[in-house]
Write a protein that binds this ligand. Structure first.
Ligand code: ARG
Length: 561
């Protein structure tokens, strides 16, 4: 039962919608005050009355019943107490019957969400900078799917541009098949780095590279084959990481896929009088909107990143008829997205309003920054591997006799990296610290995983009850049930705000409340059978909620730790 909805329906304020009331209903800081509170400050302006008076008046208009046991007005807040045992019963019942589907809905039925994420660059390292887009996109993919949307995951590969000419030039001069086959991305990156070093002495390499790129575009057999091979090698290499992170895509249509799909965009822009010349280039003027022009064609007629993105957006609309198309890309590209979204809007594409740049902040390691060209990069795979090794050491220390230590270390290590990127609001910059993400007592995935192992162990000893009654409830129990009951709403707002961190925070909150319950209320040695059965049922429900949350984040939970 949605108590907030139940309460919102009963409150009538002139000039304020039921939805606004619903959104304003909050959880008070402690249970003494009530289970829900409505701050009346917001209504003061509309009603031209003091919040204290509004709360008083509203109090008299809301009658108590089976669900609402008490209404009080305190300092401009309208506080509600609800019938606890009814609330606890209906919450547990819901979780225990819906199980893995607890929190899911079909509100997205018939709608498609395209998610452009990870979107790696061919032949370039998959580095720590790709962590956020990959795990944020992966989480959004699962969240929308859970809400009934059809989701299309797109890896918009960076597989177009002169850098591929550079790579061919470098490969032909210094490379050999065996080394590259064996070394994959790392070998390709070394060639790329060497090119940039040597071109300083040999500027003519630059022209050669440009010529090779032209050949790729023209479909020259040898160059195109090399390009395809680089691409296959890269994708094979990153597949290992995607598997570790449980990430999947429905399409790998990258930038080069749009080579032959840009002309119609250019033609349409011309037709609509939107293309103007600026220093030899063809641009869409955006001065009126406070932005530099969106460059569509360079003076030599070649296309740009934005041109390909415009073609890609149009293609996706036609192919998938999306309800929303999300781009999970770092905030450094804010301007790029604003520009081409605007250009599409000016073209009269009404669906341009459904394009969303889901921007996120930078991840850096404590050790410092990096540059692809100079070659000092931090490979994401190395970070994950190091986390797994560290996790293994900790687990081995704490519980040397644990079975499947490797498997547990993998779930803990990978989880730590993923959770580290998904715990804070996505726009914040993060400094990644191994010690922090692997802290068993912190706001971390391993803390949640450990809590689940604890719950599992309780259930193994006590069994899963077939039936249960609601006994006299303790504060810890009520707090825990209230936290779990929030899950469906948490999932919904995570989708609405494109913010998987809501789910990470939910998990930590539930885990903390479960641990409080575990230490303060005896589960297995409860005072009587009714209480014990209820507590076991509450343990099952807590574990289920944590499992569902972690499934959306893409983090595994070991049975034992
Ligand atoms: N490959 C690009 C980069 O690494 C990201 C592409 C994002 N997607 C897009 N449609 N522009 O910066």
């Amino acid at each position: 039962m949605d108590y907030k909805k139940y309460i919102a329906e009963k409150i009538k304020v002139d000039g304020v919608t039921e939805e606004e009331v619903y959104d304003s209903l909050a959880l008070p800081p402690n249970l003494e005050m009530g289970d829900f509170a409505l701050p009346c400050f917001k209504f003061a302006k509309v009603l031209r009355k003091s919040p204290v008076m509004i709360a008083e008046e509203l109090k008299n208009s809301v009658a108590t019943d089976d669900v609402i046991s008490e209404v009080s007005a305190v300092n401009g807040y309208l506080n509600f107490k609800i019938n606890k045992s009814g609330f606890v019963r209906s919450t547990l019942e819901k979780i225990l019957t819906e199980k893995d589907a607890f929190g899911a809905s079909n509100e997205g039925e018939g709608k498609t969400i395209c998610i452009d994420y990870s979107s790696i660059n061919i032949a370039k390292p998959f580095h720590i900078g790709h962590l956020s887009t990959t795990v944020l996109g992966g989480a959004l993919y699962r969240i929308f799917h859970f809400l009934g949307y059809k989701t299309v995951g797109i890896n918009h590969l960076g597989d177009y541009g002169t850098q591929f000419g550079k790579l061919i030039s470098a490969y032909k001069r210094w490379g050999d098949k065996e080394t590259v086959d064996k070394g994959g991305i790392r070998a390709l990156n070394e060639l790329y780095v060497r090119f940039h070093k040597e071109v300083e002495e040999h500027p003519e390499y630059e022209d050669e590279a440009r010529a090779y790129f032209k050949k790729i575009e023209q479909g020259d057999e040898e160059c195109y084959a090399l390009f395809t091979w680089f691409k296959e090698l890269t994708l094979k290499d990153v597949q290992r990481i995607y598997e570790m992170l449980d990430i999947r895509f429905d399409s790998y249509a990258g930038e080069s896929f749009y080579s032959d799909k840009m002309q119609p965009i250019v033609d349409e822009l011309k037709e609509k009088g939107l293309l103007v010349e600026s220093r030899g280039a063809q641009v869409v003027d955006l001065e009126e909107y406070g932005m530099p022009p969106c460059i569509i064609l360079k003076s030599d007629g070649s296309s740009l990143y934005a041109t390909r993105d415009m073609a890609a957006a149009a293609y996706r609309k036609k192919e998938y008829d999306f309800h929303k198309c999300l781009y999970v890309v770092a905030y450094q590209q804010n301007l790029h997205f604003k520009q081409f979204f605007k250009a599409l809007e000016l073209m009269g594409k009404e669906w341009s309003k459904d394009l969303v740049h889901v921007a996120y902040g930078m991840v850096s390691l404590e050790e410092g920054t990096m540059s692809t060209r100079k070659g000092n990069v931090v490979f994401l795979e190395d970070v994950i591997q190091k986390c797994i090794e560290k996790a293994y050491k900790i687990i081995d220390d704490k519980n040397p006799n644990l079975e499947n230590k490797e498997d547990v270390a993998k779930k803990v290590g990978v989880g730590a990296v993923v959770f580290g990127a998904l715990y804070n609001s996505k726009i914040k910059d993060i400094v990644f610290s191994y010690d922090k993400v692997l802290n068993f007592d912190g706001e971390t995935s391993v803390y949640v995983q450990y809590t689940c192992a604890r719950a599992n162990s309780v259930l193994q000893k006590g069994g899963v009850p077939e039936a249960y009654e609601i006994p006299e409830l303790s504060t810890e129990e009520i707090e825990l049930v209230k936290a779990i009951a929030e899950f469906p709403e948490v999932v919904r707002s995570a989708a609405e705000k494109y913010e998987p961190s809501f789910i990470s925070r939910f998990a930590v909150d539930v885990a903390q409340k479960f641990n409080k319950f575990y230490f303060d209320c005896k589960i297995l040695s409860a005072e009587d059978e009714t209480t014990k059965n209820f507590r076991l049922a509450l343990t099952v429900a807590s574990l289920q909620a944590l499992k569902n949350a972690f499934a959306l984040l893409g983090i595994g939970i070991p049975d034992k730790m």
